[in-house]
Design a protein. Structure first.
Length: 255
């Protein structure tokens, strides 16, 4: 999803009416302004979405209304770039997973965020977010949702970076394994990279995409084989989708 335009509070309030097909007269009565004022606001909304008609920008308005218009008193995060990287040790026992997010606060100050992280086998040795330890030497922890409060609010329009790091043990020993990335905010571009310190990149690898527990076909997504790595670039990630690199070990690691 591309970065949404900066709408005024009044323009934002019009979006739900536009999506329901309300007339200018109905909108004017609801928000208590003249029809000419409503007409001007609608024209500005359409122009800001780089469209000539409401029909041309209707789908973008739907997405905007879903992700940036829930009457929250807080701001919203727009993710410009999300990079997930997994590095598996040469013996396959220890793994370090990181997620770096280049974000922007929009439509108000961002006071908190949340992230998903966990492993479905083995144990977490360390989990930290923006340098703060969240968990240390715990047992199995399967994809939990962690809230995080920023020390100071991220002011509207500010670009900022978040960084999650997870170190686990005995988490990638199954014959077939995955590295996942959950897109939980509107995002411009994302990527997943899996590094193999052994230097042996599995011969069998592919891409998996799911939404609401169902497999989804996304044309054009393909694994790139780099030196000692598998890499997946996601040019137009969808919110609430899970993107995964899936591989089968040539010879599974053993404890």
């Amino acid at each position: 999803m591309r970065r949404p335009p900066k709408l005024t509070k009044r323009e934002i309030s019009l979006v739900p009416y536009l999506l329901t097909g309300a007339s200018r007269k109905d909108i004017a009565e609801q928000i208590e302004v003249s029809e000419e004022t409503v007409k001007s606001h609608i024209r500005n909304v359409i122009r800001k979405f780089d469209a000539n008609t409401l029909r041309e920008c209707f789908l973008e308005l739907q997405a905007f209304n879903e992700f940036f218009n829930n009457n929250s008193s807080l701001g919203y995060e727009y993710w410009h770039d999300v990079r997930a990287e997994l590095t598996i040790s040469a013996d396959g026992i220890t793994a370090e997973s990181t997620v770096t997010t280049e974000a922007e606060a929009m439509f108000g100050a961002v006071k908190s965020t949340a992230f998903t992280s966990g492993v479905d086998a083995g144990a977490i040795m360390l989990l930290e977010f923006n340098g703060k330890i969240i968990k240390h030497k715990t047992s199995l922890d399967t994809l939990h949702w962690y809230p995080f409060d920023f020390p100071e609010p991220i002011e509207d329009g500010t670009l900022f970076t978040t960084f999650m790091r997870l170190i686990s043990k005995n988490s990638y020993l199954n014959p077939t394994e995955t590295q996942n990335l959950n897109i939980s905010r509107p995002t411009k571009v994302a990527s997943i990279r899996v590094n193999f310190e052994s230097g042996v990149v599995p011969k069998i690898a592919g891409v998996s995409v799911t939404a609401q527990g169902r497999s989804v076909e996304v044309p054009g997504l393909a694994i790139q084989r780099l030196e000692n790595s598998l890499y997946l670039e996601i040019p137009d990630p969808k919110v609430y989708y899970w993107y995964s690199i899936v591989w089968t070990w040539d010879e599974p690691p053993s404890v």
